[in-house]
Ligand binder design. Structure first.
Ligand code: ATP
Length: 270
């Protein structure tokens, strides 16, 4: 049974904790590394899963969840790790990672990047499970819209019963915006993320979001789904959830910081 108030308060708690830093020198730290097609991010939590620090860098070293530039990926992970270690005065020894559905054959390459940055791989999980470490949903569909891919996972009684990965995401929105506004891809990317342009951006890319929502609608046909939970950086776009809700006809919820849901969930498993 869907309890809107309970879900909202869960999400608010996570958001509140993400804004605070809880770290007592010497305590064990949990590290999650998200190797994405648009960003590489590291989230550090304390033993109680409260946030300690995070670093995020734009990266183009993966395609469709697969590493295409190993040296580049390694360099970025090393740099982010060093920054965090300097800031916290500790050496990060272990980290967990997550794989998008359908990319399990690349686990070794992902692990080599972590090991190359002198960390032991603690746990390897799938991205939907990572997101659900934060969301704690037992019924519904989690839709993770990243840069190059959109992953969706249907949950029944807390377990993943169906996953799919589609080659669409924020990069697609950027390209449409570049065309409609006569901007370079780089210019369109910053235009898209600028808070002052959000309603104009939403208007220009609404048809693409409707298409993404229709793809989700087709995947969930045949399942009883009463709530869509959005996460992934692309869902930072204001109003995205409204377009989804209208197109699919199912209640759609998104936390105010969807970019950090998956990396935080990865760290929780460390
Ligand atoms: P993938 O899941 O495809 O591997 P990823 O994990 O790198 O990629 P995320 O970090 O979840 O993906 O999201 C990256 C996408 O989020 C990029 O396309 C970026 O442009 C988009 N994005 C980030 N912030 C915003 C914002 N404020 N408004 C709109 N889009 C945003």
């Amino acid at each position: 049974m869907y309890d809107e108030q309970a879900v909202k308060s869960q999400i608010e708690q996570v958001e509140k904790s993400l804004k605070q830093t809880h770290y007592t020198p010497g305590e064990k730290l949990k590290v999650g590394i998200d190797l994405g097609t648009a960003y590489i991010g590291i989230v550090v939590l304390n033993e109680q899963d409260a946030p300690v620090a995070s670093e995020l860098q734009e990266a183009h070293v993966l395609k469709d969840g697969i590493i295409v530039d190993y040296v580049g990926a390694l360099q970025i992970v090393k740099q982010l790790k060093e920054k965090l270690e300097k800031r916290l005065g500790v050496t990060l020894l272990k980290a967990s990672i997550a794989m998008p559905p359908g990319t399990e054959s690349s686990i070794k390459t992902h692990s080599h990047v972590i090991e190359g940055a002198e960390m032991e791989v603690s746990h390897i999980l799938d991205e939907p499970t990572a997101a659900n470490n934060v969301l704690h949903i037992s019924e519904g569909v989690v839709v993770d819209i990243g840069g190059g891919t959109t992953g969706l996972s249907i949950f029944k009684e807390g377990k993943v019963v169906y996953v799919a990965d589609e080659p669409t995401g924020g990069t697609h929105l950027t390209l449409v915006l570049a065309g409609s506004h006569h901007l370079s891809v780089e210019e369109a990317e910053s235009f898209k993320k600028n808070p002052i342009h959000q309603s104009e951006v939403l208007g220009s890319v609404k048809a693409v979001i409707e298409k993404m929502a229709t793809i989700v609608k087709n995947h969930i046909k045949g399942y009883t789904v009463d709530t869509i939970y959005l996460c992934g950086g692309t869902c930072c776009l204001h109003g995205m959830e409204k377009v989804f809700e209208k197109t699919v006809g199912i209640k759609t919820i998104k936390p105010s910081n969807p970019l950090l849901i998956t990396p935080t969930g990865i760290a929780m498993s460390c």
